[in-house]
Design a protein around this ligand. Sequence first.
Ligand code: FAD
Ligand code: MLT
Ligand code: ZN
Length: 490
Amino acid sequence: FTADKYPVKRGNYSELNAEDIKYFESFLNSKDLLTDKKDLDAVNVDWMQKYRGQSKLLLKPRSVSEVSKILKHCHDRKLAVVPQGGNTGLVGGSVPVFDEIVISLANLNKIRKFDDVSGTLTVDAGVILQTADEWLRERGYIFPLDLGAKGSCQIGGNVATNAGGLRLLRYGSLHGTVLGIEAVLPNGDIFNGLSTLRKDNTGLDLKQLFIGSEGSIGIITGVSVLCPPKSNSVNVAWLGLDSYEAVQKTFKLAKNALGEILSSFECVDRASMEVVDAALKKHDMEAQQPLESMHPYQILIETSGSNSEHDEQKLNAFLENSMENELVVDGVVAQDEGQIQALWQWREGISESSGKWGGVYKYDVSLPLPVMWDLVKAVENRLIERNLQSKTDSTKPVYATIGYGHIGDGNLHLNVCVREYTKEVEDVLEPFVFEFIAKHNGSVSAEHGVGFQKVHALQYSKDAGALKLIKEVKNMFDPHGIMNPYKFIE
Ligand code: FAD
Ligand code: MLT
Ligand code: ZN
């Protein structure tokens, strides 16, 4: 997609001129102000290569005061901007739509402080998630969030999207673990909410507004977060099941049998596993499937605890019980760290594999557990009925319809892998998917956010009153509308 195909017109913003560049040059290091096409190409396009903007300027401030000066100038001049973290977002929120200035947080990347008694970590927003996690692991702690993009995404980006990830079930959402936020407001003012207190009932909790704000009300420059201790004992099991009914019963059993040590409950369907397999083969790679048979549903269960003997006992009792009850029909338990990583790779590899066929329509939904896979089936049936997908004909526009996700959190990822993006496929998917979600009181975005992609779909999850309030809050922070326009809220 490029601007000429977008269903929006460029807003009434100023055009960048030589005076603006001169002003930015007056306080930024020359290598932090980039205007070359090749530097801009990378930040103009998103991770899925689906959305492409035409920014002419990339700024990479090195301090909070530089961020403040940039935003104040843009606010005064009415220049639109896009804050960008690791650019791993999946809803087209991190790249410009037209010529917005890209403000990258990559150079704000220091770990500021850590309290090793309480486990509170304070970082610059541009610290890469994996860097923070590895740093914490050396000190006996972990970051409370983990996701497939950890090697590139930044903590500021994670907070801005309120990312959920693979262990929300155990460690909760960032709305609970983030203790403080420092942010630069559009007019250049600095909001200093970088508390490390767990309890603080002194008025409105303003930092919460920035969690999941997707760059719409300011730029997050610092974050403090409560980190859990690293578990001494981690087990991962990969299980095969024959029905979605069995998946739900196994989830209930796992919660009861594993209690507080259950740290992940992920489910993938057969089509997802086939897509990962085929993507590996496409690159002349081969990896043994976790299980010999391709069961229609497969789950990854992870436990994290402090006593390996107790944890293994619990896990074994759960596995015996689920097999005796004929819920789980096949399974494997990782025997070492290498096997743990290999199993996780099958799950985390789905994102990349799903985009290997030309394009992918991604829906990230919250739905009541009982109807979750009804959506996957209904979508696949519609595509087959309309002759857009076929198991035997490789010329059809849809390569595969797959379902996977954080079932333990009520969050499904429905991906329609296509050979190219076409209006024909899109019309079959939308508004059908959104209407299905609305009918079941679900959410059109469980964790990836709204971005550019879902701004028109919000009405399916929020009523007019709620949308009006969000818009009013946005306008209060950003009266000139310079922050990440065309996205998040109309
Ligand atoms: P970007 O993509 O750069 O930006 C995302 C949004 O946040 C944009 O709107 C941007 O303007 C804004 N933003 C970024 N930094 C700041 C800042 N400092 N201040 C204000 N606004 C800012 N998401 C999940 O929730 N769960 C997952 O399991 C998950 N897995 C993923 C796996 C893969 C392989 C990929 C590619 C993505 C995945 N994502 C997942 C999506 C994505 O939301 C996260 O990767 C991540 O939170 C985005 O961080 P980022 O630094 O890349 O932000
Ligand atoms: C995941 O759970 O793998 C992510 O949210 C990313 C994706 O759906 O592609
Ligand atoms: Zn996810």
